[in-house]
Design a protein around this ligand. Structure first.
Ligand code: MF3
Ligand code: CO
Ligand code: CO
Length: 243
């Protein structure tokens, strides 16, 4: 899991300089696919329940599962989530982050900052004996205090040699409730935070999830492991691990 997750983190770092106005999300997809193969890995999303591409690219009001396309060209002011999941030697590394395309609006900037802080507040809850509900509560408390809402329809998940395994990890919840965390558990935390309503709709393509009010949304995702004394963030980028 460490090696698969480090590869996932490196892939996001590799794509970062390509994210700029005028680049299509298909170009990001194709470079991700090429890089993944060159590193001896496979792209988990490709063909997963019929998903047609190698990564997810979710722009502005797209909550998650955006499909890369040649017609979808990044423009100044966009915010975009890139979600990658390489499979290395049978293990899945799942991570995503937001990118600013050019200059973000003040609300976009705040949304992205709050969403990343939500993920880190959740990660700091993780230790043996803590509960799944502690994770969601930490996210919900902070997001709502900042005036934003938490998506209910998509959750974090166990991940190992299976893409979406038990447990489900909601990004809302009640402290002290839910399954107790034990050393060795590996799962994602991937809060989706909206400016307006938390309700989402899935477009006619069967994948693209958008906010029901078409206002902005953001997401960050790490794969984490519960350790004997706390948490290890498996998809932390190499630069940050050594920083
Ligand atoms: N990587 C996504 C997650 O965080 C799942 C993408 S599934 C796909 O769980 F089929 F849309 F690619
Ligand atoms: Co995930
Ligand atoms: Co993901």
């Amino acid at each position: 899991m460490r090696r698969a997750c480090q590869l996932a983190a490196e892939l996001l770092e590799h794509l970062a300089p390509l994210v700029k106005p005028g680049v299509s999300t298909l170009e990001l997809n194709d470079e991700a696919e090429r890089w993944t193969q060159a590193h001896g890995a496979k792209s988990a999303p490709l063909g997963y329940h019929g998903f047609p591409k190698s990564i997810c690219t979710s722009i502005n009001e797209v909550v998650c599962h955006g499909i890369p396309s040649a017609e979808q060209v990044l423009k100044d002011g966009d915010i975009v989530n890139i979600d990658v999941t390489p499979i290395l030697d049978g293990y899945y590394g799942d991570t995503s982050r937001m990118f600013f395309v050019g200059e973000p609006s003040p609300v976009a900037k705040k949304l992205v900052e709050v969403t990343e802080e939500c993920l880190w507040r959740a990660i700091r809850e993780v230790k043996p004996g803590a509960r799944i509900g502690d994770i969601g509560a930490a996210i919900q408390e902070y997001a709502e205090a900042q005036g934003f809402s938490v998506v209910r329809d998509f959750v974090g998940h166990g991940v190992h040699r299976i893409f979406h395994a038990a447990p489900q990890v909601p990004h809302y919840g009640v402290r002290g409730k839910g399954k107790k965390l034990r050393p060795g558990m590996v799962f994602t935390i991937e809060p989706m935070i909206n400016v307006g309503t938390y309700e989402v709709e899935v477009l006619a393509d069967g994948w693209t999830a958008v906010t029901a009010d078409r206002q902005l949304t953001a997401q960050f995702e790490h794969t984490i492991a519960v350790t004997r004394d706390g948490v290890e963030v498996l998809t932390l980028s190499p630069a940050k691990v050594t920083a």
